[in-house]
Design a protein around this ligand. Structure first.
Ligand SMILES: Cc1ncc(COP(=O)(O)O)c(C=O)c1O
Length: 479
């Protein structure tokens, strides 16, 4: 009698997106090994349908709270032009952090009134570009910077021999709110480099009102940090912004148009829990956070509504648009890296089996500077049990180029679980690599940067970044 072995899908699978097909990893139906054969390794693979559905999830969250909400994708997370185009076609707006990102935004087709510009140290040239374009808002990071924006408006007016329109500015605040993310990813603490302190808000606002022909203060902004696992910091931040908005209104009679709650909606990097017990508890909670954007919005609005009712200022809340700047939650799980095992060794003294791949931290910087976890599977044998332990490392000439925590702080598991008997030539996949990776790559060790492809709705791959050649390594050197 024939026996059927029930196949239970591994925890990392996502129906119709990440699946096991014919034993291989398939991304939107595209065979991972076929992609490597065609585009070489290492390779970034992005899913257009996944980006669109992540944006759809945010839009659904906005509809669920019945309050005016606008999303500005944080392009620092990934500003590849095809990614920006996909975001544009999904119908949301864009946050930029430099003149370069502004240039890319405009080139991708975003209208100026769809763009917000953040940053602690904008140059005069960058401010001129933002003013000339007439973007939706420049988020100023200090009281001093208000004067810099005014100067930019004067300069642009002189250059064009007609007064420039007043620049729209938002005050970025830092109300001392902690989160359970890595310290380097927290941005609302007074010890961080960002923003204007709560004690200076009214002074900043008064300063912003001094020259209405040059600037118009349209909102306030906060970003509590990236990968924020809990709803409370968002709610606390929103309440704090709201209280400032009311105080500003009482003091000056001005009504701000928006409160910008920044980014930080987390991504679940531990969808597959098979190795979760190897993380310290706080790291596990942070990496495995599953926080629905609708909860963030409804909780923020709930606390603000309570405060508004108490202050008899509900009409003000109704007039305030909420802005969000999600980056990671749009692009992280829509991208992965395919990497090939090139070499292996077994240490007789430790018994460790080492797999040496072609993907180092020069293409996934977070793996090194935040010891970030990217769940790793065999793309070649995706359906087999992943129960054998390996030390895995990249190709860079640096002891820190390993897929575990070399500093022994326990932030990453010491071993990766893969099928038995992995050999050179096997293709591995690092999942959830779409954010803060491609945008942070560099040529260390003379390594040409990888290609990237995007899988379309019809399952076809289109190349969205060419692979570097050796010529690209010397392109910018003058000799
Ligand atoms: C001001 C600002 N907004 C938005 C973001 C995007 O955050 P995330 O990618 O966590 O959504 C960042 C990144 O940390 C940021 O600095």
């Amino acid at each position: 009698m024939a026996t059927t072995v029930a196949f239970s899908a591994p925890g990392w699978t996502i129906p119709n997106f990440l699946e096991v097909r014919d034993g291989h990893l398939a991304i939107d139906g595209a065979d991972a090994l076929e992609l490597v054969r065609q585009y070489d390794s290492p390779l970034f693979v992005f899913s257009r349908p996944r980006i669109t559905s992540n944006i759809g999830r945010l839009k659904a969250a906005a509809l669920s709270v019945e309050h005016p909400i606008r999303f500005f994708y944080a392009s620092k997370a990934n500003s590849n032009m095809a990614v920006l185009k996909t975001v544009l076609e999904s119908g949301i707006d864009l946050e930029v952090n430099s003149g370069g990102e502004l240039f890319k935004a405009l080139r991708a087709g975003f209208r100026p009134d769809q763009i917000i510009f953040n940053g602690t140290s904008k140059s005069a040239a960058e401010l001129d570009e933002a003013v000339t374009a007439g973007i939706y808002a420049i988020n100023v990071d200090s009281i001093y910077e208000i004067g810099l924006v005014e100067e930019a408006v004067r300069r642009v007016g002189t250059r064009h021999a007609v007064p420039a329109r007043p620049a729209r500015i938002t005050l970025r605040l830092v109300p001392e709110i902690g989160t359970r993310s890595h310290l380097g990813l927290q941005t609302a603490l007074l010890t961080s480099k960002f923003g204007i302190s709560s004690s200076e808000v009214l002074e900043a606002f008064r300063r912003g009102l001094q020259n209405p022909d040059l600037i118009h203060v349209c909102g306030i902004h906060i970003h509590v940090g990236s990968q924020t696992p809990d709803v409370e910091p968002f709610a606390e931040a929103f309440r704090s912004m709201w209280e400032h908005l009311v105080a500003i209104h009482r003091e000056t009679g001005q009504t701000l148009e928006h409160i910008n709650l920044g980014g930080g909606i987390p991504v679940n990097y531990l969808r597959d829990r098979s190795q979760a017990d190897q993380f310290p508890e706080h790291e596990r909670d942070m990496l495995g956070a599953d926080l629905e954007p609708s909860r963030v919005l409804s909780e923020a609005l709930r606390v603000a509504r309570e405060a508004a009712r108490a202050a008899k200022a509900e009409h003000l809340l109704d007039q305030t648009t909420i802005l969000l700047e999600p980056g990671r939650s749009i692009i992280a799980d829509a991208g992965l890296v395919l990497t090939t095992v090139l070499n292996m060794k077994q240490r007789p003294e430790t018994g460790d089996v080492w797999l040496l791949t072609d993907a180092g931290y020069n293409i996934m910087l977070s793996m090194n500077n935040y010891k970030w976890y990217y769940h790793t599977i065999s793309a070649t044998r995706a359906g087999e049990p992943h129960e054998s332990s390996y030390k895995v490392a990249g190709p860079l000439c640096d002891s820190g180029d390993v897929y575990f925590d070399i500093e022994r702080c326990g932030r990453l598991p010491d071993y990766r679980k893969l099928p038995a008997n992995v050999q050179p030539g096997e293709v591995l996949a690092l999942l959830n690599c779409g954010a803060y990776s491609l945008a942070q790559m560099f040529h260390y060790n003379g390594r040409p940067l990888p290609a990237a492809v995007m899988i379309r709705e019809d399952g076809k791959a289109v190349q969205i970044r060419k692979r570097d050649t050796y010529e690209d390594l010397i392109r910018d050197d003058l000799w």
